[in-house]
Design a binder for this molecule. Sequence first.
Ligand code: SF4
Length: 376
Amino acid sequence: MTAGNGLYIHVPFCHAKCEYCDFYSITLLDQIEDFVQALLIELELRAPEGNGRQFDTIFMGGGTPSLLSPEQMGRIWKTLHQHYDISPAGEFSMESNPGTLDAEKLVAFRSLGFNRISMGVQSFNPAELKFLGRIHSVEDVLENFENARRAGFSNINVDLMTAFPGISEDSFQYSLETALSLGTEHLSCYTLIFEPGTILYKRMQKGEVHPLKEEEEARYYEIAARVLSAHGYEQYEISNFARPGYICRHNLIYWQHRPYLGFGPSAHSFLDGERSGNKRSLMAYVKELRKRELPRDFSEKLSEKDLVFEHIFLRLRLKEGLNLGEFREQFGEDFRVVYADVLDRLRNDQLIEENDQFIRLSSRGWLLADAVAAYF
Ligand code: SF4
């Protein structure tokens, strides 16, 4: 039995589509029940993929999983536990939109067994929430944070968005400080990306909005790192900060390249060096599962070269960095020898720090992490 595996469920529904969002989500909420029924079949059909593995994390993401009723969530929870070996000491997270929560729902989700809730707050400034197209208000966040605590959630994440048009350093600092005043255990700070295909991207092409410059984006990460470290949060990954003991175990599974099974439309899985993904269409997903066929979109065995590249890229995003001994054990090569030229260039550009066991990004390297990937 191997441990250290994760389960991900993609719930593809939202009340409204945020202009910047590239995730697969739709607003046809009357199809939620069809989705739940199809998901239960998928969980059952794919149970053999979980044989011999214990799952330490469940992560309900999306979309907006908190749109499901406790009864629907209960059926999913039961089916998961019927077909997969789930560690009783696991981390069971749910993403939520604060505008879709209430005290009763939070109590119901907590009593099912969820022990971590992530709130898509994005900002504590009403004008910024409006710009981002969010359906929730600052009051929704404050009220439901309190409701979550009363329901027994002792591990709460707040997502904040940085570096979007119109944000100011003062307002970002205000959002950080408000999140801190709530006592959140974990904070994720993501830069707004202008993803092709999104409404915001089209607005950028028309010249209506303009992305911030790279140096400005970096400045927001510097503020987050300074403010949060002063309050005892560890920046364990470029965009993620946690109080001691609250690192997100599910995210670590992705960054440490460990196996996970993903369910729901557009969800990806990674198992035995193979990556696969489901179709990015609820209609196709439901149709195929009604015939008891898997809604697979693609599956590819990663080459050794891909695995090495992903290992490097993912490990360098983590504060602990790339473990040289582990790299040698996994790939049979000496990282310093194979990448001697690359390391010279990264050293010259002051993008890395090194010791006998690890290679890590320097503070400058963290701010330019995407550019570092291009060195390999
Ligand atoms: S709530 Fe989240 S998943 Fe839904 S559209 Fe907005 S950003 Fe995307």
